[in-house]
Write a new protein. Structure first.
Length: 385
């Protein structure tokens, strides 16, 4: 049974509540459970009143949709009133509250996500989710096309869960529904697409899921021109499960345009662009060459490029180990060092620093601050003669 700090206090205040969703699925799959959500057949105002009467904090984070965040022993738990759909438009739903557990479960996406657990450990499974989870079968609740038409994000969620839990042949009805309704992906925001693709890519082995995305035509819609063979080879040789590294193995063409279209964070954009630049390192490179590369870019980027560039030659693993184990050289001078020698502020400071930097790089980034200042004086004196 799931046991997290604060759960007992929530159940004391709301004995009718059950744990729902991913926590139940992961518990039954033997995976770690970090977050717990509850559902309850009580309206939000009643939930808040009972929680506060028990001395707990209640935050109305989504009362219009039935969600209250209960804080117990420093942990936040989302507690949501049972709901039924009144209307859907392919992305959002208008809901009404209910006290019917099966009706609430019927609006969830997959059978493995539609289970709930009471305080005594009893599992409520209305649609065969436990059997599907054990069999590695990702199956929509009810009619696949109907579930997809309610929310087209469920297409990408299917591949995410297939990558994490799926085994063997995918559910035929789900695949048929995805093929028929894949154009609905155009209704999704770019941020949501990237969020789901990211979660697909970080699975232990997402190759089957990506192959199925390609087979159903979904991959061509979200990532046109994807290089699936290169991606497969990258995963097969044991590259880390980093979403941006794996995306770099898939993407072709205008990488910057993709990053902007998916509205990646600035950090994500920079890393993806860096990873997809040409690799300049080789397994036989000496330490000076590696130090020069590290002075220009972080080890993580250089190691990632080596994973992407790896071919049948030996030595790539050793090269990655060397890069990861080397301290990144830092050029020891600043503009104030140039000013201290009497060079007036302006463009000349940048020119002098670049000249010293080139000398430092040429020496394999080994010269310390004293040696660089001496070189700086030589350049300054030469300029004054």
């Amino acid at each position: 049974m799931i046991e997290l700090p604060g759960m007992a206090e929530v159940w004391d205040a709301l004995p009718q509540a059950r744990v729902v969703g991913g926590a139940v699925r992961d518990m039954l799959a033997g995976k770690p459970v970090a977050d717990v959500d509850f559902a309850v057949p009580l309206e939000p105002q009643v939930v808040m009143a009972r929680v506060r009467a028990a001395g707990l904090k209640a935050v109305p984070t989504g009362v219009a949709h039935g969600t209250v965040t209960v804080v117990a022993r420093g942990h936040g738990f989302e507690v949501t009133t049972l709901r039924r759909d009144v209307a859907t438009d392919g992305r959002h739903a208008v809901v009404a509250f209910t006290d019917d557990w099966e009706m609430d479960a019927s609006r969830r996406d997959f059978t493995m996500n539609a289970m709930s657990v009471a305080r005594d450990g009893a599992v409520f499974d209305y649609f065969g989710g436990r059997e599907d989870l054990a069999a590695g079968r990702v199956r929509f609740v009810g009619v696949a096309r109907a579930r997809i038409a309610e929310d087209y994000l469920r297409i990408l969620r299917f591949f995410r869960f297939f990558a994490r839990y799926g085994r063997g042949e995918p559910d035929a009805e789900a695949v048929a529904g995805i093929r028929a309704l894949r154009d609905g992906l155009g209704q999704l925001s770019a941020e949501r697409v990237w969020s789901e693709v990211k979660r697909i890519l970080v699975a232990d082995d997402p190759r089957d899921a990506v192959a199925l995305m390609q087979e159903t035509g979904v991959l061509a819609l979200v990532l046109p021109g994807a290089d699936v063979p290169q991606f497969d080879a990258l995963v097969a040789r044991g590259a880390p499960g980093d979403a941006l590294l794996r995306l770099a193995g898939l993407v072709t063409g205008d990488v910057e345009g993709l990053a902007l279209r998916w509205r990646m964070s600035g950090e994500e954009q920079a890393k993806l662009l860096a990873l997809t630049r040409p690799n300049t390192l080789e397994p036989g490179d000496d330490d000076a060459t590696l130090r020069r590369a590290l002075a220009e870019e972080p080890a993580g980027v250089l190691v990632g490029r080596c994973w992407l560039a790896q071919d049948e030659r030996l030595g790539w693993a050793a090269l990655r180990t060397r890069l990861a184990g080397m301290e990144r050289p830092v050029f020891p001078l600043h503009g104030r060092d140039v000013v201290a020698l009497g060079v007036p502020p302006g463009l000349r400071i940048g020119e002098v620093l670049r000249e010293v930097y080139g000398w430092w790089m040429g020496g394999g980034c080994l010269a310390d601050a004293a040696a660089c200042r001496e070189r700086l004086r030589e350049i300054r004196n030469a300029g004054c003669s």
